[in-house]
Design a protein around this ligand. Sequence first.
Ligand SMILES: NC(=O)C1=CN([C@@H]2O[C@H](COP(=O)(O)OP(=O)(O)OC[C@H]3O[C@@H](n4cnc5c(N)ncnc54)[C@H](OP(=O)(O)O)[C@@H]3O)[C@@H](O)[C@H]2O)C=CC1
Ligand SMILES: CC(=O)N[C@@H](CCC(=O)OP(=O)(O)O)C(=O)O
Length: 315
Amino acid sequence: MTDMKPKIFIDGEHGTTGLQIRTRLAGRNDLEILSIPVERRKDPEARAEFLKASDIAILCLPDAASKEAVALLGDDSSTRVIDTSTAFRTAPDWAYGFAELTKGQADKIAQARLVANPGCYPTGAIGLIRPLVEAGILPADYPVSVNAVSGYTGGGKQMIVQMENPDAPDAITAPHFLYGLTLSHKHVAELQTHGLLDRRPLFSPSVGRFAQGMLVQVPLFLGDLNGSPSLVDLHAALEKQYAGAGVVEVVPYAEGIALPRVDPTELNDTNRMKLFVFGTEGGGQANLVAVLDNLGKGASGAAVQNMDLMLGKAA
Ligand SMILES: NC(=O)C1=CN([C@@H]2O[C@H](COP(=O)(O)OP(=O)(O)OC[C@H]3O[C@@H](n4cnc5c(N)ncnc54)[C@H](OP(=O)(O)O)[C@@H]3O)[C@@H](O)[C@H]2O)C=CC1
Ligand SMILES: CC(=O)N[C@@H](CCC(=O)OP(=O)(O)O)C(=O)O
């Protein structure tokens, strides 16, 4: 039948990412949304029923529950899966759901049964690093550092309460804090794998007292890069990679370099990402910066983009 609408089930639809995806899909009459009653959301039997009845299941769950959902479906299921957790991002049989990652990635996502949505921080960092590695500018064994700040919704329902409710037993009162201090954040593996890095990158995340938004920084010493490139060379490599990619915009060099500051909330409620090259020409250093919405291109926006690719509905 030609008028059959694809059935979409959001497992975890009552969480931060799930709710955002539901909102993004609310106006869509080309899809049938299967919705589990809230009181049954953690009942494996009910979830299995919904998972199996859907054409695409979008998992917005902690890692363990995502793994459980995939197991509930089994290997020979016809349900296609988009997982937003960390569980499968480096698994070889899953397509990495960053459509602009490299040539052919959007097609790979479109054909895949299993798609792992990237983490919010890796979306920014890999978006900056990978084109430079592929262009032969950034050596794979370069000691890459990634510093970042996220809005507090990145920590899900639990952190939202910690930041918004001063009476919560584990309330956080700081205006900005560093975490991941052991340098073993769960995103490091993904960053290294899809950044094509031989050396484990050093990743230092932080959270600010704003709900959504994100800045990711990759500082580089130009003399240690292949061919001692200029800032303009780095910018050109990024521009080449993202030419025509509507979602990822490389801010024109002169425009970026003239900015007095960068606002992490600039792209909130969009599925866009902006990339900048900062520094002083001749100064031997660059700071590459990505701005995105941790809940947009960093989560729900990318999930909807991937769903559309898988359904052949991408613009
Ligand atoms: N927030 C963000 O910026 C980003 C999040 N992600 C990833 O998305 C996933 C979801 O995160 P987020 O939305 O922030 O988290 P939340 O904690 O806000 O939401 C998770 C939801 O999953 C539900 N849940 C937990 N265990 C189970 C289970 N066994 N079966 C069914 N449902 C369950 C929770 O139920 P309950 O309502 O009872 O808590 C909650 O509604 C995570 O893997 C996260 O790492 C990815 C990119 C960015
Ligand atoms: C602020 C904050 O706590 N952020 C989360 C990452 C958010 C994200 O991208 O999560 P996934 O890897 O699950 O996709 C963290 O650091 O664990």
